[in-house]
Ligand binder design. Sequence first.
Ligand SMILES: [Zn+2]
Length: 300
Amino acid sequence: MCGDERMVDCRICGEAGCQPAFSKQGCEILACPTCEGRFWIPDDSFSPESIYDDGYFSDPAAGAGYDAYDSLESSLRSNFAARLARLPAPAQGDRLLDLGAAYGYAVDEAGRRGWSACGVEVTHAVALRAAKAIPGRIVAANGLSLPFRDGCLAAVTLWDVIEHLSDPHAAVAEIARVLRPGGLVVLTTGDVRSLVARLSGPRWHLYTLPEHLFFHSRESLRRLLEAHGFAVESMRSEGSTYTLGYVVERLRKSLFGLDGGSFGETRLGHLGIPINLFDIVTVVARRDGPVAELGARENP
Ligand SMILES: [Zn+2]
């Protein structure tokens, strides 16, 4: 699954000198001395389709993903609502795209806040499920080829998605294409330079392989976005509400390599608790220039 890599150029900032930091599950995690982002390089046998199948959101035995994504609905909705509340109120007809929409909870929450909201989801079965819940607002599509014309969107959101994308530069270039000048991209991801990540080392709960391909720092995110014409407006560590069951599931998987167990289905497992480990960063960036000037920099 993992390729052989020695002193490769950074896949985020393009600078030379990335060095192995450690190995996990047979994959060598490379660290960039310039942007402080980390990543691993899949070999030709790596297949995203085999990860993001029906079981990713619902099969405890799948090895990746969630035991039961729908059991997290209320906590996910409250987190999405809190983050969407930080965006400026939309004008009539302003369109928001949620990339990696999963079951469509964030799209629905954005709609409730006045956005003309839609989502794309790469897993076909999941997109179908979401499309039944919120008809006409979810499309099965890959983030590298968004089914929108140039400059038609006011905002694009990626909630814990950028770390999954095999070519983040191509994805951000595509986001820049569909956003209008002045449009916003808002994303959350783990902060690999946070205190918790550094203290936890390879056991950090967001070193989840194979689904996470990149482990960003604030600097790597800034460089990634600026390479495609975005100006970063804010970066902040935000807490989220998690169910107790999800916390137990993550601890069992990341610390002990076990499956999630059945605690999440219990009454106590559904209890929502606010947590801020200061290792998740929310970034808001604005698309500055006209489309023609964007993405001019070659991908590293
Ligand atoms: Zn770098």
